[in-house]
Ligand binder design. Structure first.
Ligand code: NAP
Length: 327
């Protein structure tokens, strides 16, 4: 493929307006690589941190944002035998070039077959959120059927994914949302109890929902606000999984001692190759069973990436935002 590719280019980190549509490439797959024709890219909060220059990893400028997407394999490099051109895939690890574009380059080993039950747009909204939720619940949290789980921030990307995994795994899950619409969405994912995370008596409501036993696992999307309260809500021997955090707060570590509870950080990109294959198998089985289905709350076309970045940081989350390459 030697034609130029349309995509977003960022010359300088900064506000959403630094994302400009441009001609990129051409992109040519080297040994072990694959060129993917993208139909859509998932938009995640981390994309905004990287664009703003506030994430732990600084992008080499200029760069194209986007860490996840789905489409079809266009071309493979030397030494690639397990995938072929024309195959429907989603990207299951950091791509080599950004996904806010019509095409991107990936390590061929990072491309995962897209389950037939999912549309390509749904595939674009799959990896970051479902793999994070799976890692937090299963690979690090060791969730078992029947355990009580609190998904604190269930209306957004990671939260809706976690709610669907909870259903698949037979967990007794309670979710939270900040709006009525978000709460309804969480109920639609199969959770019967959904609480308002802004309620002044939230802790009392959350404990009452467990018969005052507390939660075996808490998936926390806003640890900078909630971690001290999580230490009250976690059960004896339970775990607080820190998924999202945007600042500092004071906690009382004494709360962990009597209960021997654990606070554990979660980092999606620490997922190893074998863990990724396990995740892909769980995706395949749960999508086939009709349990896993990414919620696409909003769509933007590529050139409107700045609006998508503003939207993903607004309160009132509703599943995922995707950028589509048509337009
Ligand atoms: P998102 O789609 O924007 O959703 C944010 C969620 O947080 C929504 O459910 C939102 O609810 C909720 N929330 C807002 N205020 C809250 C509060 N006071 N208490 C509890 N929840 C609150 O984002 P996402 O994709 O789900 O990601 C969630 C967080 O995890 C982000 O900070 C993201 O950067 C991080 N993350 C981390 C990893 C990792 O590897 N550790 C991977 C992916 C994402 P309402 O809008 O309904 O109020």
């Amino acid at each position: 493929m030697d034609s130029l590719v349309k995509g977003i280019r960022v010359e300088q980190v900064g506000g959403p307006e630094v994302m400009k549509i441009a001609s990129l490439g051409p992109l040519v797959p080297g040994p072990g690589q694959a060129l993917v024709a993208l139909e859509a890219a998932g938009v995640n909060p981390v994309d905004t941190y990287i664009r703003a220059g506030t994430y732990t990893i600084d992008p080499a400028l200029p760069y194209t944002p986007g860490l996840e997407g789905a489409g079809t394999v266009l071309e493979i490099g030397d030494g690639v035998s397990h995938i072929s051109a024309g195959q429907r895939i989603y990207i299951g690890a950091r791509p080599l070039t950004g996904t806010y574009a019509e095409q991107c380059l990936c390590s061929a080993q990072d491309l995962l077959p897209l389950p037939d039950a999912l549309s390509t747009e749904e595939g674009a909204a799959l990896f970051i959120t479902y793999a994070t939720a799976y890692r937090a619940l299963v690979q690090l949290g060791r969730a078992k059927p029947g355990q009580r789980v609190l998904i604190r921030g269930a209306s957004g990307g990671v939260g809706t994914a976690a709610a669907q995994w909870a259903r698949w795994l037979g967990l007794d899950a309670v979710g939270t949302a900040g709006t009525t619409k978000g709460a309804e969405l969480v109920r639609q994912q199969g959770l019967q109890t959904v609480l308002d995370h802004h309620a002044p008596d939230f802790d009392a409501q959350a404990m009452a929902a467990t018969g005052e036993q507390g939660y075996d696992i808490i998936l926390e999307m806003a640890a900078h606000l909630n971690l001290d309260s999580d230490l009250d809500l976690v059960a004896r021997g339970g775990s607080v999984m820190v998924v999202g955090n945007r600042g500092e707060l004071t906690i009382n570590p004494r709360k962990m001692m009597g209960k021997e509870s654990v606070v554990r950080g979660v980092m999606l990109f620490a997922m190893g190759a074998a863990e990724r294959l396990e995740f892909a198998a769980a995706v395949e089985a749960s999508a086939r069973a009709g349990v896993l289905r990414p919620v696409i709350g909003r769509r933007f076309v590529l050139k409107d990436a700045p609006q998508a970045h503003r939207a993903v940081m607004e309160p009132g989350a509703y599943g995922k935002i995707v950028l589509t390459t048509g337009g």
